[in-house]
Design a protein around this ligand. Structure first.
Ligand SMILES: Cc1ncc(COP(=O)(O)O)c(C=O)c1O
Length: 372
């Protein structure tokens, strides 16, 4: 077991694409925060604000943003996607290009724009041998936005976001990235991958809590996003409660309408500290080795792989079907026996992280075979 984790030895945890277990330092940060809040209330608020600032700095480094001021702390991926959908100045006849298999959050927000005359065009990944080329082929002169997940939640297919970002730039199309299934598992750098919007909640590959998401909007576009949430916290002069006039904060704080999620901030700051200390390349290599091993085991067991085989086409998600059984039944049996996984993409979804003990992979496949 990795020294930073203290998972129940009876559990095989292959479910980071859903909700990750917390590192011990995150558990300690939350316990410490709770104890402090209980004994002192908000007495040490200035220190908490330092933790908040550290989180923004870590998040900025994680994605290659220029400064902590570019990071907004939102409540979910869905909220960030909604800010983009509701904030851009759409014209009747505009279109958005996306993928048919997207998670509902990355579809519903764009579907709401139909009432404003905006068309949603979705590529069926199942029919595409070259998704980047096919996505771009769906674009035309009225395409305003490409809205995709970095890694698909169902079968884990990874897109070449750098290729899409460059092509979008050339064509004047904005690129909105739902990064929740990639960030924390794979290295990312805005300098090489110049998307326009990026959002990811903390509870999957970032090993943090639910209810706290990192949102980045290209600074030059910040003013173009019409704000849809308002309150004391998003104004430039945040402490001046008596002032009647106000303007939105110049920084990304303009997207944070009210009181911060201080409990979540303490948790995510601790989680990101572990990711940073470990290093994005080390993490990606460890995940790749685990997924590679799972593929071997899936092949040996005679199961049907649903995820891509090419390493560049996947991240931490490995989905497969076990022929001849009800996949939902199998999933429920495995969960009952302590194998934490998911039923997605037409089969079982296993998603190990860098800390997953390698021995757990063989045990998970063995348990699957025994359950049949
Ligand atoms: C691709 C993708 N986007 C968004 C979400 C949901 O994110 P949130 O709950 O932060 O809105 C998920 C969760 O499974 C997901 O897989």
């Amino acid at each position: 077991m990795h020294p930073d984790f203290d998972l129940d030895p009876d559990i095989l945890y292959l479910n980071h694409a859903a909700i990750a277990p917390w590192p011990q330092r995150t558990v300690a940060a939350v316990a410490g925060f709770a104890a402090e809040q209980g004994r002192l209330g908000s007495r040490r608020y200035p220190v908490w604000l330092e933790v908040e600032q550290r989180l923004r700095e870590r998040a900025a480094r994680l994605i290659g943003a220029r400064s902590a001021e570019e990071i907004a702390l939102l409540k979910s991926t869905s909220e960030g996607l909604s800010f983009v959908a509701q904030g851009l100045a759409w014209q009747v006849g505009d279109n958005i290009v996306s993928i048919a298999q997207e998670f509902p959050s990355n579809r519903i927000v764009w579907q709401t724009l139909a009432e404003r005359g905006v068309e949603l065009r979705a590529l069926d990944l199942a029919l595409s041998a070259d998704p980047e080329a096919d996505l771009l082929a769906l674009c035309d002169a009225r395409t305003r936005l490409l809205a995709v997940s970095w890694v698909q939640y169902g079968r884990g297919q990874r897109l070449d976001i750098a290729r899409l970002a460059t092509a979008c730039r050339d064509r004047g199309i904005l690129l909105c990235l739902d990064a929740i299934q990639g960030l924390g598992a794979l290295p990312f750098d805005l300098a090489e991958t110049p998307v326009d919007f990026l959002v990811a909640d903390g509870h999957k590959w970032l090993l943090g809590p639910e209810g706290l998401a990192l949102f980045w909007c290209r600074p030059a576009l910040r003013e173009q996003l019409r704000l849809t949430e308002f309150g004391w916290h998003m104004v430039e002069d945040m402490g001046a409660f008596d002032r009647q006039d106000w303007r939105p904060a110049a920084s990304a704080r303009r997207f944070e309408c009210g009181s911060p999620n201080m409990l979540g901030i303490h948790a995510l700051e601790a989680s990101l500290s572990l990711l940073e200390e470990t290093g994005a390349e080390t993490i990606a290599t460890a995940i790749e080795a685990r997924v590679e091993r799972l593929i071997e085991l899936v092949d040996q067991a005679g199961f049907e792989l649903l995820s891509p085989r090419l390493p560049l086409r996947r991240a931490g998600i490995l989905s497969f079907r076990v022929p001849g059984v009800d996949q939902q039944w199998l999933y429920q049996q495995l969960m009952k026996q302590g194998l934490m996984c998911a039923s997605r993409g037409g089969g079982l979804r296993f998603s190990p992280h860098f800390h997953t003990p390698e021995a757990h992979l063989a045990r998970a496949i063995e348990l699957t075979k025994q359950t049949l």
